[in-house]
Design a protein around this ligand. Structure first.
Ligand code: NDP
Length: 319
């Protein structure tokens, strides 16, 4: 038929995605969450999904002609790739275009956590510099630190490169050791936590990374230890983290991601030795525009010439 391909968009997505999709496709906007009934004529024209967040598997069952799910974000833990594979559906994501932005944010969060810059700014704004004198000296510093990075992929390597001019020691753990790098490799997260005093997590949210940051890891990191998480909140046992911070088992934490966003545990909000960001690592206008373009260009590429730019490894594209 000459009717346009329809793209399902559950929940909210970057406005540029919608603007650009409109030029080529019909958009079917639905609420985030489980599927509802749609007219079969329209349903059968839905051949793609654009998603920022969690795609309910019910949609995959309900859309007989679905071919591709284009995920906004490099992390695609909101899309069940095993389910997609069973249905011969390609999943794409937005790698690389956000590496620099996320790595920049990671360094900022690390410094905020150590040197309390957001708190110091609030102190000035509250007039306390004038009334009480200089902001107290920060007990923590980046000087002399030994940083261990969990995950040395596209973003992890950019974090490591940025850390070099800060003159810290750098190590990493991944399941597969990377050759030709000037960083110490640790065979496990536990072994790394024992050796370093600063842990940065930039691993995806998968079954293998679920709640791997335990009280045991925080104990191994130790009382001068600092934990930074820009990967996924699902990697952390947040109760164990709050307790480790409260008891000073570790010194401080900086978090951009949380287990159940946007719910941040009160125990973390109440602690003085935590720096918190609302999942903003890639959240600048230029970087989010580039991500939006990649979401759309994957869909356009697929429907014009059966080519996608950035498929995830779990759903390879057959020739
Ligand atoms: P990559 O796939 O390029 O890198 C992932 C790295 O993690 C690899 O080095 C991989 O190595 C390692 N890894 C994966 N699983 C494990 C495991 N079980 N144990 C140890 N290491 C593991 O991904 P990116 O660098 O592009 O992105 C990483 C993640 O960062 C994203 O998936 C996303 O969740 C998160 N992210 C968060 C953002 C934010 O706004 N806070 C923004 C962008 C990304 P190996 O496979 O050898 O173990």
């Amino acid at each position: 038929s000459d009717q346009p391909v329809a793209i399902l968009v559950p929940g909210r997505i970057h406005p540029r995605v919608l603007e650009r999709l409109k030029e080529t496709f019909e958009i079917v906007a639905v609420p985030m969450g489980p599927p509802h009934d749609i007219d079969p004529g329209l349903r059968d024209r839905i051949r793609g999904v654009a998603i920022s967040g969690v795609l309910d598997n019910g949609w995959i069952d309900r859309l007989p002609n679905l071919e591709i799910v284009s995920n906004f974000g490099v992390g695609y833990d909101g899309v069940d790739t095993a389910k997609a594979l069973q249905h011969d559906i390609i999943v794409t994501h937005t790698p690389d275009v956000l590496n620099d932005e996320v790595a920049d944010t990671t360094i900022a969060l690390l410094l905020n956590t150590l040197r309390e810059y957001p708190r110091a700014e609030n102190y000035l704004r509250e007039g306390r510099w004038k009334s009480e004198g200089p902001y107290p000296l920060t007990p923590l510093s980046l000087r002399g630190r030994h940083v261990g990075i969990l995950g040395l992929g596209r973003i992890g390597i950019e974090i490591a490169r940025r850390l070099e001019p800060f003159k810290v020691r750098i190590g990493y753990h991944t399941r597969t050791r990377r050759d030709g790098l000037p960083y110490t490799y640790y065979p496990s997260l536990k072994a790394m936590a024992e050796e370093v005093d600063t842990l940065i997590s930039i691993v995806p949210g998968t079954a293998a990374t679920h709640k791997i940051f335990t009280s045991e890891i925080f104990a191994a990191l130790g009382p001068n230890g600092v934990f930074i998480n820009v990967g996924r909140g699902t990697s952390v046992d947040e109760e164990a983290l709050a307790e480790a911070l409260r008891s000073r088992t570790i010194a401080a934490a900086g978090l951009d991601v949380f287990y159940d966003e946007p719910n941040v545990p009160q125990a973390l909000l109440d602690l003085p030795n935590v720096s918190l960001l609302p999942h903003v690592a890639s959240a600048s206008v230029p970087t989010r525009n580039a991500m939006a373009d990649l979401v759309v260009d994957n869909l356009i590429g697929w429907f014009r010439e059966k080519k996608v730019i950035t498929p995830v490894p779990e759903t390879p594209v057959k020739a």
